[in-house]
Design a protein around this ligand. Structure first.
Ligand code: ZN
Ligand code: ZN
Length: 98
């Protein structure tokens, strides 16, 4: 699989580095990197959580090693199983809601 992260999705220009691309989209297209990412690359990071079935976006992980679940809560349920994870869940929820 070819990585195409240095390819501008707006005008199709290719850059040697990702930084070069970021500078280009800021100067040439006058949008922020985050905006560009949300508009053109978000779909590449779409995942479905195997625990709750929720759709989520995993921006930090590389497309080759995706984060498995949508939240810390689901990661723990996935790891321990629903029954074993039960005692931990209220504690985790207070952490998340802080
Ligand atoms: Zn461009
Ligand atoms: Zn989930």
């Amino acid at each position: 699989m070819k990585m195409e992260t240095n390819n501008c999705k707006i005008c199709n220009r290719t850059f040697k580095t990702q930084q070069g691309l970021h500078i280009h989209i800021k100067l040439k297209h006058k949008i922020g990197v985050e905006q560009y990412f949300n508009k053109y690359l978000k779909e590449n990071y779409k995942r479905i959580c195997p625990v709750c079935g929720k759709q989520f976006y995993d921006f930090k992980a590389s497309p080759f090693s995706p984060k498995k679940c949508c939240s810390v809560k689901c990661i723990i349920i996935d790891f321990y199983g629903k029954e074993k994870a039960k005692p931990f869940l209220p504690f985790i929820e207070t952490l998340i809601n802080q």
